[in-house]
Design a protein around this ligand. Structure first.
Ligand SMILES: Cc1cc2nc3c(=O)[nH]c(=O)nc-3n(C[C@H](O)[C@H](O)[C@H](O)COP(=O)(O)OP(=O)(O)OC[C@H]3O[C@@H](n4cnc5c(N)ncnc54)[C@H](O)[C@@H]3O)c2cc1C
Length: 440
């Protein structure tokens, strides 16, 4: 058995992985005190994919393609297949993922269980919107076929179900047609949050992909300044290159860096430089750096040192965002704890099929914080206070510390969801946010 941490390396839990190769492979026996949990590629930041005292069922051996209808762009594969594997197969045949998160190194099972979103949420909704059906194995040995029409409640619980409804063994998704591997990209500097809102409203109509980077340490008149990126698939203007290998990283951070390298001064310098860097306002770029800039650096999570880091991602309803975002950014800037990568994006109105899905109409803010102990936890609690007061929500896939009260406020359907949990499945996250009194 190999060992696994979470992506944020907080909490500091290392736990065994029990490898699965076939969907019918037996699982280790569970007792009241020990449970199982499916584990994908471990790219969730906090503890949704951790189960201390229990066993993680490693799904990377469930990595076979089952069927690909190249005419209609319908793909069926096992749940451990990664988005990188899928891109390698589909892009040369003129198809693309309907929705992709900011890393391609995630499994399709993990993408469904967190109902991930991408830069096209305002057009396409979440990953779960494109899942036609899936196979779910429960601990009683039964395999359930679930879709919006068949076992629909279990389907809705499993999309965004944080791995708790059983083991997804296969899934079928509908892909998106593309004519080129290139993206027509525009990059535009904006000086304030008000300019962000204007740009975002205008761009969401004509641009399929939109996202903004913001300088999270800027204050006063510069609060909320940043760079807005928007893109559309290019229209066959580029030659289709040879099938690429989209799995590769180019550089790897070999060691965990000492935490002190990441301090207020270095982060401020970086943000100032990034905001002011020369911009190529229009460019034709390959999809890989457009969607997955961080994948170029393997193990970039080691940048934050041995104590690990948190990501905070919240969404604030649109009518509250103009008030709440300045408050969030002010608290972060005052704390001096923000980091390099702060992302702002407007979610659209497409309803997620999942009971516990995070995306909802509004503006989402995501940023990293190096773990500085109590100081950082207090800051995150303050951010939660603003999110709760503004009827927003925090993303479980990125979380390692939100309180049970906050979670239950963000996800009022959690009690209905509980009826669909497989009795043998549990996670550190779930125990934490439902306070079941079991050891974490
Ligand atoms: C650089 C980076 C960028 C990211 N960008 C985004 C983004 O833009 N949008 C976004 O939404 N997320 C984003 N994420 C988060 C990431 O997409 C999700 O956490 C994703 O779910 C991770 O998939 P995984 O295969 O690593 O699953 P894991 O992290 O291993 O597991 C995630 C959850 O899925 C469950 N699970 C995994 N496999 C199965 C299965 N076969 N059956 C049942 N349950 C299963 C686990 O139990 C767990 O609850 C990003 C993460 C990183 C590191």
């Amino acid at each position: 058995m190999s060992q696994e941490y979470s992506w944020g390396r907080y909490p500091d839990v290392e736990q065994p992985l029990y490898p699965l190769r076939w969907e019918t492979d037996p699982w280790p026996p569970t007792t009241e005190a020990s449970s199982v949990l499916a584990h994908g590629q471990g790219r969730s930041y906090g503890d949704v994919a951790l189960n201390p005292d229990g066993v993680l069922l490693a799904t990377d051996g469930l990595d076979r393609f089952i069927e690909f209808d190249t005419q209609n762009g319908v793909l069926r594969c096992e749940a451990g297949v990664t988005l990188a594997d899928i891109l390698n197969l589909i892009v040369p045949r003129g198809w693309f993922l309907p929705v992709t998160p900011g890393t391609k190194f995630v499994s399709i099972g993990g993408a469904i269980a967190n109902d991930v979103h991408g830069k096209n949420h305002h057009h396409a909704g979440t990953f779960g919107c494109h899942v036609n059906q899936l196979g779910l194995r429960r601990s009683d040995g039964q395999l359930h076929e679930c879709s919006p029409d068949k076992n629909s409640d279990l389907f809705a619980a499993t999309i965004g179900g944080l791995g708790l409804t059983g083991l997804i063994v296969w899934a079928e998704i509908t892909l998106k047609k593309i004519k080129s591997t290139a993206i027509e990209q525009q990059a535009l500097r904006f000086a304030s949050l008000e300019e962000f809102f204007t740009l975002s409203d205008e761009s969401d109509r004509h641009w399929e992909y939109t996202v903004a980077w913001i300088d999270c340490l800027a204050r006063g008149n510069s609060l909320g300044r940043g760079i807005f990126y928007r893109g559309n698939h290019a229209d066959g203007r580029l030659e289709q290159p040879e099938p690429g290998d989209y799995r590769k990283t180019r550089l790897t951070l070999p060691l965990t860096l000492p935490g002190f390298l990441l301090n207020r001064a270095t982060v401020k310098l970086f943000n100032r430089w990034y905001y002011g860097k020369p911009l190529k306002s229009e460019a034709l770029v390959h999809f890989d750096p457009f969607f997955y800039p961080l994948d170029k650096i393997g193990h970039w999570n080691r940048l934050y040192g041995k104590r690990g880091f948190f990501q905070y991602q919240c969404v604030i309803p649109r009518d509250r965002a103009r008030d709440a975002l300045p408050q969030l950014l002010q608290v972060i800037a005052d704390s001096g704890q923000g980091s390099f990568l702060s992302v702002l994006k407007q979610f659209g109105d497409v309803t997620s099929p999942g009971m516990l899905s995070f995306p909802r109409p509004g503006v989402t803010l995501a940023l990293d914080f190096a773990n500085r102990g109590r100081k950082t936890l207090d800051l995150l609690d303050r951010l939660d206070g603003i999110t709760v007061a503004n009827e927003g929500a925090v993303y479980p896939a990125k979380d390692a510390r939100m309180s049970a009260d906050a979670f239950q406020h963000y996800y009022p359907r959690w009690q209905t969801f509980q009826h669909h949990i497989d009795p043998a499945f549990s996670s550190r996250f779930w125990r934490r946010v439902t306070q079941q009194g079991v050891s974490l």
